[in-house]
Design a protein around this ligand. Structure first.
Ligand code: C5P
Length: 404
């Protein structure tokens, strides 16, 4: 999550009764950390699972639980609390509350707020699998979707009752991601994005290999930003220890050849290709099948190298290439090498990392090279930069009707 990703957003976070209330403590922390202001409203049932005191401490605002609460100046909490809200999020949303929403009932503060709102409504269901599957619940959820309500989840897996199935509330982090995604401008709606990220690993023998210090952070941040911008995202990742961004299809590979094959297999479906991976230029010709052992005479092993395929150049060479974007990390003279590399790779846009020390760091500074010249973007954390880069890419896309 980027710092202040939700700065300026005001959310009414409505909690209804369910054991998943414990997840809302963490969700509130994530939302406030991202800059959102969070006004918690709880039903009576929710207060049986977690106290308003806890939620007040985490949100930094007094919690409302009653329609008759006189703290709102004109005594109209059911109207006033949602007027400044950018969205109402109901989490956890119980079976009962979904039913009430679907029927427009307004018999407590939270349900009345939802009916009286003029902002989007997001619900995050949490219930036993049989309650979720019940035809009445499914009917209510279908009705809510038809009414324009966003339904986030539910997840599948073990439940507090001991059963396993659909109905678990999304984890706090996934709920956060879905909310952040909801607010992101849909600059890539309907587009399909293919990316490579991370390093590659070229084996020398079954236990050793050649790799590099790419952490994958920039590529994963771009995959997340593209997903949030409404794209369908396929991420081909080298060996990295990063979580898959929410809603992104991830394919793990080890070697440059595997990354090349995965990309070539998927590229026909892509409107945009972004080569962020630090792909090894060479691999060992015939890696040893067995672990290379030290010999009695301590002779040093030697290796013959062969060149790996250039994935970005192969994509750019296709008869109908997607809009292809490359990255470049140079150890000097980026201004000169960046444009030269863009032309050599035959891509419309090449993003140059300023300074070789970006590997593994959380922030970055880049220059965009394109036929019309070079543009520098301000230094920022990689998530913020990824959003800016996705906006820059979206601006440069040919009209959808002209894409292949
Ligand atoms: O030539 P260089 O490795 O500096 O180019 C970097 C750009 O080319 C990056 O976008 C990288 O993902 C891509 N690349 C590639 N396949 C290679 C080498 C680089 O796709 N074998």
């Amino acid at each position: 999550m980027a710092t202040a990703e939700l700065a300026g957003k005001h959310l009414v976070l409505g909690m209804t009764g369910g054991i998943a209330c414990y997840k809302i403590a963490e969700l509130t922390r994530l939302l406030t950390k991202a800059g959102a202001t969070v006004q918690v409203v709880m039903t009576d049932a929710a207060t049986q699972f977690i106290t308003p005191v806890t939620m007040q401490a985490l949100s930094g605002r007094p919690v409302y639980t009653s329609q008759w609460d006189a703290r709102v100046p004109n005594n109209m909490a059911h109207i006033d609390l949602s007027r400044e809200a950018d969205a109402i999020v109901i989490a956890p949303a119980s079976t009962d509350f979904l039913a009430k929403l679907a029927h427009g009932m307004a018999d407590d503060l939270l349900s009345t707020l939802c009916v009286a709102r003029d902002c989007p409504l997001l619900v995050v269901p949490a219930m036993n699998r049989q309650m979720w599957q019940h035809p009445a619940t499914q009917r209510n959820v279908a009705q809510l979707r038809a009414d324009g309500v966003q339904v986030l989840g539910p997840d599948s897996g073990p439940q507090a009752c001991g059963e396993v199935g659909d109905g678990r509330m999304l984890e706090a982090a996934a709920t956060y991601e879905a909310i952040a995604s909801f607010f992101a401008p849909k600059l890539l709606a309907g587009r399909r994005v293919l990316l490579t990220a991370g390093p590659t690993f070229e084996p020398l023998d079954p236990v050793r290999g050649i790799t590099n210090r790419s952490s994958g952070k920039m590529g994963f941040a771009l995959a997340r930003a593209a997903q949030q911008a409404g794209a369908e995202v396929h991420l081909v990742a080298g060996p990295v220890a990063l979580e898959t961004p929410w809603g992104v299809f991830r394919q793990d590979v080890q070697t440059a050849q595997q990354m090349h094959d995965a990309v070539m297999h998927a590229v026909a479906d892509a409107d945009i290709f972004i080569g962020v991976a630090a792909v090894a230029d060479w691999r060992v010709d015939h890696a040893s099948e067995h672990k290379i052992k030290k010999t009695a005479d301590r002779a040093l092993p030697s290796f013959a190298f062969v060149e790996n395929p250039d994935i970005l150049a192969s994509v750019a060479k296709l008869p109908h290439p997607p809009f292809a974007v490359g990255f470049a990390a140079e150890s000097g003279d980026l201004e000169v090498h960046g444009e030269e590399k863009r032309v050599r790779k035959n891509v419309p846009l090449l993003i140059g990392n300023l300074g070789p020390l970006t590997f593994g760091l959380d922030d970055n500074e880049v220059i965009l090279f394109e036929a019309g010249g070079a543009t520098k973007l301000p230094r920022a954390d990689k998530q913020t930069l990824a959003r800016a880069l996705i906006a820059e890419i979206a601006k440069r896309l040919p009209d959808t009707s002209l894409i292949r």
